[in-house]
Write a protein that binds this ligand. Sequence first.
Ligand code: SF4
Ligand code: F3S
Length: 104
Amino acid sequence: TYVVTDNCINCKYTDCVEVCPVDCFYEGENMLVIHPDECIDCGVCEPECPADAIRPDTEPDMENWVDFNRKYSEMWPVLVTKLDPMPDAEKHDGEKGKLEAYFS
Ligand code: SF4
Ligand code: F3S
């Protein structure tokens, strides 16, 4: 599966949702997640994210992100249409410690 990681937080560019063939992105207040059981591993979303927040779970130490994506995808509504990015998305792109600072 692919998963959304912390650099999505407070950016939420949503370019990713437009290309997903199975509509498996779910929307929280300030980030999206991918449902790991619905993702078909096509990989087309990864290069679309301007924040480089989407990673394959084949990278090291991704277990926690898979669990995180699964947990919230079962709580949040699906998103299939691109939205405006969050205010100050560019300022927050690449910022460290976003999960601790902003995720709620
Ligand atoms: Fe959707 Fe493919 Fe990205 Fe999985 S890898 S979330 S199926 S676009
Ligand atoms: Fe987030 Fe990137 Fe999609 S910032 S909303 S994962 S395009």
